[in-house]
Design a protein around this ligand. Structure first.
Ligand code: UDP
Length: 328
């Protein structure tokens, strides 16, 4: 029996495929390669180039392969783009997931683990954030992810499917062997942008907002290593296989670092001065996002291995310095 990883050529998907294969699992990857990279797919995974909105292609895959469970990363994930092109997000994230769930129900595949996000909370009512806290997304990306969670929940009630939604905080780092890592175009995330400075691809890093009510005025986030996220997906799938109920889990380290602190960490990891330029706030950024990872620890037995941000930035730097143009 194989595990089907949708979006397995993307950043978190490709790392999860590596973890699954390193754990001896049989893996099938499907990806439309719109933002993912064929080269990011582990050579031992069977690969299908398909779009999850294409029902006939999904039917063909489910008929051909013996799929025991699905891990679903196939979605658009840029906050800024979701605000300027919301219908792209409704189409890819919601129509895509509806099509996938219809195919799963039709083929009797009843377990799914999928990427959700801290963006479902919007401006948090308190930190650390608990899974039961208010969900009120402030951007369209978070809105579609929350709607995906609800779509799973209603489908679970109607058809007996079970799901785990994993709400990631700030995914970063790269596989410690340096073979795969983060590659977005355009890049919008803090750590890869910071590392473009020592890589000679940008002169300085912008600090978006220096007047937040935080210890140094810049935003605070919970940075979590992609390999720790990847392991959580395997634990979640095993939890469902053992009969676990549908549920939602935060994935973070439970510790916050400011933008300025992350720039300092990158300076010490790379030995480069990394000039920073203070800029206005970016629209829609909450001041502080920190996860409570207690539930994932208690129910899934998940504990992050990479608790030092220096180690996370160091793995990211190994990847970016060795692959300044990503997978190109
Ligand atoms: N950020 C920044 N400069 C940049 C990119 C991001 O100051 O060039 C800040 C951003 O405002 C946020 C934090 O870094 O407070 C993390 O942003 P990112 O886009 O990496 O992740 P997000 O928190 O939006 O998921």
């Amino acid at each position: 029996m194989a595990i089907l990883v949708l979006g397995g050529a993307g950043y978190i998907g490709s790392h999860t495929v590596y973890e699954l294969i390193e754990a001896g699992r049989e893996v099938i990857v499907a990806d439309n390669l719109q933002t993912g990279f064929r080269k990011a797919v582990h050579p031992k995974a069977r690969f299908y180039e398909l779009d999850i909105r294409h029902r006939a292609a999904l039917d063909e895959l489910f008929e051909k392969e013996n799929v025991e469970g699905v891990i679903h990363f196939a979605a658009s994930s840029q906050v800024g783009e979701s605000m300027t092109d919301p219908l792209k997000y409704y189409d890819n994230n919601l129509c895509g997931t509806a099509c996938l769930l219809q195919a799963m129900v039709a083929h009797g595949v009843d377990k799914i683990v999928f990427s959700s996000t801290a963006a479902v909370y919007g401006e948090p009512e308190r930190v650390p954030i608990l899974e039961s806290d208010r969900t009120e997304p402030t951007n369209c990306y978070g809105e579609t992810k929350l709607a995906m969670e609800k779509m799973m929940s209603w489908t679970a009630r109607a058809h007996g499917l079970r799901y785990v939604a994993l709400r990631y905080f700030n995914a970063c780092g790269a596989h410690p062997d340096g073979l795969i890592g983060e590659a977005h175009s355009p890049e919008t995330h803090l750590i890869p942008l910071i590392l473009q400075v020592p890589n000679g691809q940008r002169k300085s890093i912008s600090v978006f907002g220096t007047d937040y009510d935080t210890r140094d005025g810049s935003c605070i986030r919970d940075y979590i290593h992609v390999s720790d996220l990847a392991r959580a997906h395997i634990l979640a799938l095993d939890y469902l296989t053992e009969g676990g109920e549908s549920d939602v889990f935060n994935l973070g380290n439970g510790v916050g670092f400011s933008v300025r602190e992350m720039i300092d960490v990158a300076r010490s990891v790379t030995g480069h001065p990394i000039p920073a330029v203070e800029e206005a706030r970016r629209a829609g950024d909450p001041a502080v996002l920190i996860a409570s990872g207690k539930k994932a620890a208690e129910v899934l037995g998940w504990k992050p291995v990479y608790t030092r941000v220096e180690d996370i930035v160091s793995d990211a730097w190994r990847w970016h310095s060795g692959h300044p143009h990503g997978f190109e």
